[in-house]
Write a protein that binds this ligand. Structure first.
Ligand SMILES: NC(=O)c1ccc[n+]([C@@H]2O[C@H](COP(=O)([O-])OP(=O)(O)OC[C@H]3O[C@@H](n4cnc5c(N)ncnc54)[C@H](OP(=O)(O)O)[C@@H]3O)[C@@H](O)[C@H]2O)c1
Length: 253
């Protein structure tokens, strides 16, 4: 789907990848609804993109229901929904806390599923629309110390793949974006700054460019940076070998 002059909803638009996506879509003359919690940071993005701000906590059932109701209105339904908002968590699997797990599941998986359900009827009725899910390389490879985050993102990943097969005939596209390590506040916010030398974090603008291209080309899944497809392929073809190498080299993201 060409993105020019479409109406796009971007969750997690107040910073990082979401902000970069909003700015790229604004450059294509899109009308934007910018969703996040931080009104000041959202206002800054609104100034640079001309988008409308919607302050909503995507971990809060009431806020999510209100947003879903708005997006389900055929007059308010977007052409493009970018499910980008996400939170991380770090620590050994044995220490996973129930409250953290609930937050991870809600923001990273439950809310995108509910927002998708809200926008699908209008998209299928129009025979046009596109949904994007921002997953993580952790969802594909698994990362020591990030098991809960990786598992939740893997759920999102498989939801998106299943959805793509389900809605293709209705003219609705679905893309999964699989970033590696991206230079955003994500790591600090999860409580553990990114400390490894390799792989080096990439700028969020690079992820945004790949994401928008995936929409325009209706790509099912894009990995950014592209070289990460090599470990993904090794993991798929030779999982034991992959895990031996990963134990030696470690991982993050
Ligand atoms: N950075 C990486 O290396 C990396 C790698 C792989 C995947 N990802 C994924 O990429 C996506 C974007 O992350 P990022 O790197 O751009 O991190 P970020 O800078 O921390 O941005 C996260 C965004 O999600 C929003 N958000 C978080 N919790 C929310 C909530 N409860 N309600 C509403 N909005 C919420 C934040 O908005 P507010 O602050 O306004 O609430 C913020 O705009 C996430 O899904 C993340 O899992 C990131």
């Amino acid at each position: 789907m060409r993105v020019a002059q479409r109406f796009a909803v971007v969750t997690g638009a107040s910073g990082g990848i979401g902000r970069a996506v909003a700015e790229r879509l604004a450059a294509a003359d899109c009308r934007l609804l910018l969703v996040g919690r931080d009104p000041d940071r959202l206002a800054a993005v609104a100034r640079s993109t001309g988008g409308e701000v919607l302050v909503a906590d995507l971990a809060d059932a009431g806020d999510v229901a209100a947003l879903a109701a708005r997006l389900a209105d055929p007059d308010e339904a977007p052409d493009l929904l970018v499910n980008n908002a996400g939170v991380g968590a770090v620590g050994p699997a044995a220490d996973v806390d129930g409250a953290d797990l609930d937050r991870l599941l809600t923001v990273n998986l439950r809310t995108p599923v509910l927002l998708t359900r809200a926008v699908l009827p209008a998209m299928t009725a129009r025979g046009c629309g596109h949904l994007v899910f921002v997953s993580s390389i952790a969802a594909v490879l698994g990362v020591a110390g990030e098991s809960a985050y990786a598992a939740v993102k893997a759920g999102l990943h498989v939801f998106a793949a299943s959805l793509r097969a389900e809605v293709a005939a209705a003219g609705v596209g679905v893309s999964t974006v699989v970033p590696g390590v991206v230079d955003t506040d994500f790591f600090v916010r999860r409580g553990a700054p990114y400390a490894r030398r390799f792989p080096r974090p990439i700028p969020p603008e690079r992820v945004a460019a790949v994401l928008v291209r995936a929409v325009e080309r209706d790509q099912a899944e894009v990995v950014v940076p592209a070289w990460l497809r090599v470990p993904v392929a090794v993991r798929s073809l030779a999982p034991t070998t992959y895990h031996r190498l990963a134990e030696r080299w470690g991982g993050d993201g």
